[in-house]
Design a protein around this ligand. Structure first.
Ligand code: TTP
Ligand code: MG
Length: 604
């Protein structure tokens, strides 16, 4: 069994996921929508819907047509412009981060998930607990200001637990804790205190920002994320100790065992594919359960199926998953993940993105005029995104030249200048109709023209200029033939960020250039962003109806070493940023894969 971390290096991690995120953004803008069934549309799909809509039978990733049939009075709002979601995400992220000592807070997914490493705050508050009066504890949010914080009852866990606990108020007494294994009691206290911090943050978020969220509380990112998803929405789940047990399965083992392996963060499609193929090939007898060999339906293999497979362990996993190109120690790493061992750190999300990338998929794009219009639209989105993410309000006291700016409209200034513009396309291939796996993305890069940083000019005018001056030329070099191409997808990105002020360090103090280099190569499979040679990225093929209109490698916009570590992405050993859907080729974050597959099941 994989080694459990010692008492000293156990972190306390919260995973927070805003409920129905895109729908909630509209509800906060127009509260009347809260009582109505609300669906957010991208292309012909409901990307998400609120709980009133779900109550009436609507689902995420349903066809709009179907949603209207099921619920004719559904209110449908357009969610293809991601600007407002990203702005809200940034605001909520900064708000949450303001509470966390050390600022170890990481944003991921479709902008709607946050990891918070609250270890330091919890250690401090556990040390201050008065064992004789746990009911009247006070959680300190500020070490310098002893009155800043909130009162709580430290005898209780707040919210739901795994395993489901006794009803609220009947939690184990402190005496029960002290009687247990001291390590377990220590961890139990920490998690219980953390559950109150989670509850506090959720209440603050709802009260001050209008968003409800679902939170998981555990000792690692993997466990916190999975724990959180057990009680949705507007809830929280603490994964209770024992995390290790010599006599019976620990709570961690029991909890993980029921999960399909494909839900385990860190196990990508490639690894889960190899595992399920192995189980199928070696063959479980039909009466598998009767003779003690676990039963495994293809793709439904659970952690338990793998864990209990005869002779399963790091060595066998190495044999199944190893091979050319596989990282060393893959067996041990996966064996660890199957036991909930995840030592990846919550990486501080930088304030500046490492790259900004906008893409769209097309049903049919085969005329130059169509391409020009599509590029103009992508370029306009990109420039808007750049203005949101790469500028801030100029401090009029220190910025000499800006004194003339009207009071009502503070001038903005660039915090970073991306140096490289990249255009990628994915042509539809002959194989598309057979849902082949061999689509590929080709890219061209060029310097970013300096006029794109003119904040006085309109985004649309700048976008037109960028298309004429740069993007059309890049497009022609990618596709020298006059016609005959039929594009499935185009992506316009800016990369290679350079801090705008040499003396103004990024708040996280990291070398953004370095971050970008590793991030860029990880996201695109490219060797160099600056090369003029078209670089080919190997992706899965595409063929199906247009699915989404979002910039699907969005998580790469946040930046930060965590991306390099590739926690969320499970195929880091392949250098892929996300799992590409086997049917349509769209990149889907690990967590959304299942929901996305439902879409295809519906579409068929
Ligand atoms: P989800 O977390 O899958 O959905 P959700 O937060 O809306 O709902 P739930 O409360 O059940 O978790 O995705 C987060 C946001 O990402 C969602 O609001 C819309 C967006 N999204 C896409 O743009 N495309 C997709 O394919 C999916 C699955 C989500
Ligand atoms: Mg969600």
């Amino acid at each position: 069994m994989a080694a459990a971390p010692s008492r000293d290096d156990r972190r306390i991690i919260l995973h927070l996921d805003y409920d129905c995120f895109y729908a909630a953004v509209f509800e906060v803008e127009q509260p009347v929508l809260k009582t109505l069934p609300l669906a957010v549309q991208q292309k012909q799909i409901v990307v998400t819907c609120n709980y009133e809509a779900r109550r009436r039978g609507l689902r995420k990733l349903q066809l709009i047509r179907e949603a209207r049939q099921i619920c004719p009075d559904v209110v449908i709002v357009l969610g293809e412009d991601l600007t407002k979601f990203r702005d809200v995400s940034k605001e909520l992220f900064l708000y949450l981060r303001s509470f966390v000592w050390g600022g170890n807070v990481e944003r991921l997914g479709f902008d709607e998930q946050v990891f918070l490493d609250v270890t330091e705050m919890i250690s401090y508050n556990v040390d201050l607990l008065n064992r004789h009066d746990l009911e009247h504890a006070f959680f300190h949010l500020d070490r310098q200001e002893p009155t800043v914080g909130f009162a709580y009852d430290a005898t209780r866990v707040e919210g739901s637990t795994y395993p489901a606990g006794p009803p609220t108020g009947a939690a184990p007494s402190p005496a029960a804790d002290s009687a247990a294994d001291p390590d377990e009691a220590w961890l139990r206290t920490r998690l219980r205190v953390a559950s109150h911090l989670a509850g506090f943050l959720r209440r603050q978020l709802e009260h001050h920002k209008g968003y409800t969220a679902t939170v998981g509380i555990a000792t690692s990112k993997l466990l916190a994320k999975l724990a959180g998803s057990t009680h949705k929405p507007n809830n929280q789940t603490t994964l209770l100790p024992p995390y290790v047990s010599r006599v019976s399965p620990s709570n961690v083992t029991a909890f993980l065992d029921a999960h399909p392996i494909r839900q385990i963060p860190g196990l990508g499609s490639k690894l889960t594919g190899k595992l399920t193929r192995y189980l199928a090939d070696v063959g479980a007898p039909a009466d598998a359960d009767a003779d003690g060999v676990p039963d495994t339906a293809q793709d439904q293999a659970t952690v338990r199926d793998i864990r209990q497979w005869p002779n399963m362990g790091p060595a066998l996993l190495d044999r199944i998953l190893g091979g050319p190109g596989a990282p060393r120690g893959i067996g041990a790493r996966v064996w660890g993940l199957l036991h909930g061992v995840d030592n990846s750190e919550v990486a501080q999300t930088g304030d500046l993105p490492t790259q900004i990338s906008i893409e769209d998929s097309y049903g049919r794009l085969d005329s130059l005029e169509g391409v020009r219009r599509a590029l103009a639209s992508l370029a306009a989105s990109l420039l808007r995104r750049m203005r949101t993410d790469l500028t801030d309000k100029e401090d009029t006291n220190t910025a000499g030249g800006s004194a003339k700016a009207p009071e009502s409209q503070p001038r903005r200034r660039w915090l970073a200048h991306p140096r490289t513009l990249r255009l990628s396309t994915r042509p539809r291939t002959a194989n598309d109709s057979t849902q082949s796996y061999h689509g590929s993305r080709i890219s061209r890069s060029a310097p970013v023209p300096s006029y794109v940083f003119h904040l006085d000019e309109s985004v649309d005018a700048l976008a037109e200029r960028l298309v004429q001056d740069a993007l059309l030329g890049m497009f022609r070099r990618l596709h020298p033939e006059k016609s005959g191409w039929n594009l499935r997808l185009m992506n316009v990105a800016v990369t290679n960020m350079v801090d705008a002020a040499g003396d103004r360090k990024q708040s996280s103090g990291r070398d953004i250039g370095k971050m970008f280099q590793s991030q860029g190569s990880r996201c695109t499979g490219e060797v160099s962003e600056l090369g003029e040679t078209p670089l080919v990225e190997s992706h899965l093929g595409d063929s199906q109806p247009v699915v989404t209109g979002h910039d699907v490698i969005r998580e790469s916009q946040h930046g930060g070493p965590g991306e390099d570590a590739g926690w969320e992405e499970s195929d880091e050993e392949e250098g892929m940023a996300s799992d590409a859907c086997a049917v349509c080729g769209i990149l889907i974050p690990h967590f959304a894969r299942e929901a996305h597959e439902v879409y295809h099941a519906v579409a068929d």
